[in-house]
Design a protein around this ligand. Structure first.
Ligand SMILES: Nc1nc2c(c(=O)[nH]1)N[C@@H](CN(C=O)c1ccc(C(=O)N[C@@H](CCC(=O)O)C(=O)O)cc1)CN2
Length: 301
């Protein structure tokens, strides 16, 4: 039996209808949500992703502020820009497009973003929040994957989940979020021996390794849910994931396509986090700490 497709483009479209309504309500109350996107250098893929983010803002009525800086921008200048954006009440979310040029200390600039505007969820506070299960802003890609999984109607608790890839922005937070939902989680990475021995046991297989064709049908359990987070551009310009889609779809029960699966959801969850930040700004006197943040409750179904 061929797998059912988990359509991230369609789910994004549906969620964005609700976002426009939320923006309308915010504007009625005098707040236009604002997102600042900082891009350093001219990495072509990053330019596409930033373009997608700016387009999504336009579609939802969010004001976007695109800060494009040359590749040799000193770290001190970035820190100064971030400080300005932290202090700007019309900016509810700030993100720094990754990767950054090598001369910039990624952790230092991410830590400079106000926890209250860290809509990418990369600040150490938000990362730590994932460990104890109450982060302010879930990181966008794993958050999107969680919603995509929800659309399958599958109860995650008790399932064997295997995450392939241990990056700070996808693999590790993904594993923590699914552990919070009581899955049995295994993380595989570049040093894992005999990858197939792990993946074959997965009821839910999430692949974020950046290696086209890494996962072939023999590595997948019959009926598994397969989420492909990889985005690889081939020499012929085609975009493919990390999973052999045509082969694996004959074995899986559900599968995400690339493009049109996780990618659009990453951008959609960024808007969700920005709206939550803007909504919170309406509270009469938001405390200057993070204790009064409510945990996010967005559900896909
Ligand atoms: N600050 C951040 N940097 C990066 C993140 C992130 O979440 N925050 N994640 C990735 C890139 N990324 C978002 O920035 C991203 C990747 C892919 C897509 C997307 O829409 N993909 C499309 C295909 C797009 C194409 O034509 O190449 C799809 O899969 O359908 C959006 C965002 C690294 N950096």
């Amino acid at each position: 039996m061929t797998a059912q497709i988990i359509d991230g483009k369609a789910l994004s479209k549906q969620l964005r209808v609700g976002f426009r309504e939320r923006v309308g309500r915010l504007v009625e109350q005098g707040v236009r949500p604002g997102l600042a996107v900082i891009l350093v250098g001219d990495n072509p893929a990053s330019r596409v992703y930033v373009g997608n983010k700016v387009k999504a803002c336009e579609e939802c009525g969010v004001r976007s502020l695109h800060v494009a800086l040359p590749a040799d921008t000193p770290e001190a200048e970035m820190l100064a820009r971030i400080a300005q954006l932290n202090a700007d009440p019309t900016v509810h979310g700030i993100l720094i497009q990754l990767p950054l040029p090598g001369h910039i200390d990624v952790r230092r600039v991410l830590e400079a973003i106000s926890v209250h505007k860290d809509v990418d969820g990369f600040h150490l506070y938000n990362v730590g929040g994932l460990v104890v299960g109450n982060t302010i802003f879930p990181p966008c890609t794993p958050y999107g994957v969680q919603l995509l999984l929800d659309t399958t109607g599958t109860e995650v608790a008790g399932k064997n989940v295997v995450v392939v890839g241990a990056s700070n922005i996808v693999g590790k937070p993904m594993a923590l979020m699914l552990l919070q939902r009581e899955a049995t989680v295994t993380i595989c990475h570049a040093k894992t021996r005999d990858l197939a021995q792990h993946t074959i046991l997965a009821d839910i297989l999430i692949v974020a390794a950046g290696k086209p064709g890494l996962i072939v049908p023999q590595m997948v359990k019959q009926g598994a849910i397969v989420i492909d987070v990889g985005i690889n551009r081939l020499p012929d310009n085609r975009i493919v994931g990390d999973v052999d889609f045509d082969g694996v779809k004959e074995k899986a029960s559900w599968i995400t396509p690339v493009p049109g699966g996780v990618g659009p959801m990453t951008v959609t969850m960024l808007i969700e986090n920005t709206l939550r930040s803007a909504e919170r700004s309406l509270q009469a006197s938001p405390a200057d700490d993070y204790q009064d943040w409510e945990a996010p409750v967005l559900k896909a179904v």
